[in-house]
Design a protein around this ligand. Structure first.
Ligand SMILES: NC(=O)C1=CN([C@@H]2O[C@H](COP(=O)(O)OP(=O)(O)OC[C@H]3O[C@@H](n4cnc5c(N)ncnc54)[C@H](O)[C@@H]3O)[C@@H](O)[C@H]2O)C=CC1
Ligand SMILES: O=C([O-])CC(=O)C(=O)O
Length: 275
């Protein structure tokens, strides 16, 4: 693990969202008191959350004002696209760094412009995590050298598509083999599948952009993992990447590694030597 930049000052971290990623992060942050102080957790319903997690009751807040009153150094969003709309601009405008896991929210150009402006006004940073995908360092460098083509392909078990736009176009219960539920641009994928295509947006933002990065999304009754594949080629060479991520037991759409990716981003933010 990377050593912290400031020996005696753990980062004051506030979380937005207490679902699969948020709950795992609470445990991870509380296990490292030398590096992190968890100062607040933003939820939609504090009374309900307090009855489910009494040990966190003193940390629960329901609005951005109360969140910022706890003076966090950094806020980690793990609540979804709607929460980005509701809170991100105010957090950044207040001068507080924001670590974002719902990267697909930035596929809305107007929203992205608002957040960029707020970050500049507040002199804060909006940091996008790698989340469930890898290889972004290579992709970013290869983009600088010149990329010709980037394709992201995601396969998730059928249950990950229940309650999504794929259920409007496919009879998911009847699927017996891998079925493509979306083919198009990363921007369209991210907006149509806000809980399943954040990594598609991440790959696009690191490379050819939301319009020119190709995306395929598959509902696959034959896989148990969330499988993410990227193919890219250009002046620097070719990349073929395949990740088989274990789904989070609390939310099968979300890969277990995502919370660890947020933790990793927070560790790097506070590290004296950073990768
Ligand atoms: N970049 C990546 O690789 C990935 C990104 N994600 C993003 O992370 C988000 C969270 O994922 P999970 O924890 O698995 O989802 P989840 O559905 O298990 O939990 C989300 C939690 O946020 C809460 N929430 C929603 N709106 C809120 C608001 N305005 N204020 C406070 N709380 C709010 C919900 O009540 C819920 O408890 C996803 O919606 C997705 O956008 C998820 C997986 C991978
Ligand atoms: O966690 C994953 O496997 C990826 C995911 O849900 C997303 O990109 O939104």
């Amino acid at each position: 693990m990377l050593a912290p930049r400031r020996a005696l000052a753990p980062q004051r971290v506030a979380l937005m969202g207490l679902g699969a990623i948020g709950q795992r992060l609470v445990t991870l942050l509380l296990a490292r008191p030398e590096a992190f102080e968890l100062v607040a957790v933003l939820v939609r319903d504090t009374a309900r959350a307090a009855s489910e997690w009494p040990s966190l009751a003193h940390l629960l807040v329901a609005d951005t004002h109360a969140l910022l009153n706890t003076r966090p150094d950094v806020v980690a969003e793990c609540a979804g696209h709607q929460a980005v709309d509701a809170h991100a601009e105010t957090v950044l405008g207040s001068g507080t760094d924001l670590v974002l896991v719902s990267v697909g929210a930035l596929a809305d150009g107007a929203r992205l412009a608002r957040l960029e402006a707020a970050a500049r006004t507040g002199d804060a940073q909006l940091r996008l995590v790698s989340g469930a995908i890898g290889g972004l360092d290579w992709l970013g460098a290869a983009h600088s050298a010149g990329l010709d083509e980037v394709t992201y392909r995601g396969h998730k078990p059928t249950r990950a598509w229940l309650g999504t736009a794929a259920a409007d176009t496919h009879d998911l219960a009847q699927l017996r083999s891998a079925t493509c539920v979306f083919r198009g641009s990363a921007g369209e994928a991210a907006l149509r599948f806000p809980r399943n295509a954040n990594v598609a947006a991440t790959v696009a933002l690191a490379t050819l952009g939301l319009e020119h990065t190709r995306v395929e999304l598959w509902a696959d009754p034959e896989v148990a993992d969330n499988v993410h594949e990227v193919e890219a080629s250009g002046a620097a060479g070719r990349l073929t990447l395949r990740l088989a991520n274990r789904p989070d037991p609390l939310n099968p759409r979300t890969s277990h590694i995502t919370a660890h990716s947020v933790l990793h981003a927070l560790v790097r933010r506070g590290a004296a030597v950073s990768l």
